[in-house]
Design a protein around this ligand. Structure first.
Ligand SMILES: Nc1ncnc2c1ncn2[C@@H]1O[C@H](COP(=O)(O)OP(=O)(O)O)[C@@H](O)[C@H]1O
Ligand SMILES: [Mg+2]
Length: 248
């Protein structure tokens, strides 16, 4: 007999939220941003689980260094067909499951997006990154239609250097309705230092600029994750209409 899990039955309140970091562009800052975000939430008392869906296994190595992420449950999952069961399993007993996808379009990413409460799309400030972010948003729109619920997605400018180009990239994202978050993650050495230690800015430089970037990110996305948009107000025909309007 096939028994529906509570997760499938209707997202009961005890089930953790699912944050998926995805974009078809490698090097945009997915793994770094989610590792630091995971450490931030862990330190603020949330139960965080990690799913590494990238064959490069950046997050798995980060976790394995026995530092900021070592107390978090991590699953390295390369089998696309195991992706949804893995996420569902981790969502029971954790406040949040963070999925780090590979930097290229793949089916595991599509399945993870289909399960997401929020898709975070890191974007660097160049044309190829903006282009890939838009492609990823199209995947989110398709997954929304497939799952008959609106899956929230936000772009996040990452590795930002203060320049006119950074302003231009943001303007492009706004113009193309890619919903950029207000906060952005700046290009800072401490983020790279953290990769060697398996650490995070909140340990390496507590209260420093990088730690503040991550805090602001958490503050901006928490209301999206923990006060979800009402599913009833976004029936599938509304999602379809929204897509039609965007493609006109
Ligand atoms: N905010 C940042 N500031 C400086 N370097 C960063 C930042 N975010 C990521 N990096 C560096 O950029 C490279 C790619 O980042 P990564 O998080 O692995 O991207 P992705 O997971 O999207 O491929 C790594 O060398 C990482 O250390
Ligand atoms: Mg990565």
């Amino acid at each position: 007999m096939i028994v529906a899990t509570p997760w499938i039955q209707g997202m009961n309140a005890k089930i953790g939220k699912i944050l998926v970091a995805a974009t078809g562009k490698g090097g945009a800052g997915k793994s770094t941003t989610v590792a630091c975000l995971a450490s931030h939430w862990h330190k603020s008392g949330r139960k965080v689980a990690l799913v590494d869906a990238d064959p490069n296994q950046t997050l798995t190595r980060w976790h394995g260094k026995g530092n900021a992420l070592s107390e978090l449950t991590l699953r390295t999952q390369m089998d696309e067909h195991a992706m949804i069961p893995t996420i569902a399993d981790m969502a029971e007993g954790h406040d949040i499951v963070i999925v780090d996808c590979a930097g290229f379009g793949n089916q595991a990413m599509v399945f993870a997006i289909g399960a997401a409460d929020l898709v975070l799309i890191p974007v660097m400030t160049d044309e190829a990154n903006v282009f890939e972010a838009l492609r990823t948003r199209k995947i989110v729109s398709s997954a929304s239609m497939l799952t008959r619920r609106k899956i929230p997605a936000r772009t996040l400018l990452c590795r930002v250097k203060r320049s006119v180009i950074a302003v231009h990239a943001r303007n492009q994202l706004v113009e193309l309705q890619a919903e950029p978050l207000d906060c952005q993650i700046f290009d800072r050495v401490v983020f790279q230092e953290a990769t060697f230690h398996g650490s995070a800015p909140n340990t390496l430089e507590p209260g420093g600029a990088a730690a503040r970037d991550i805090e602001q990110l958490a503050r901006e996305i928490e209301p999206i994750l923990w006060v979800p948009e009402r599913v009833e107000s976004h029936p599938v025909h509304a999602v379809e209409r929204e897509m039609e309007m965007k493609t006109q």
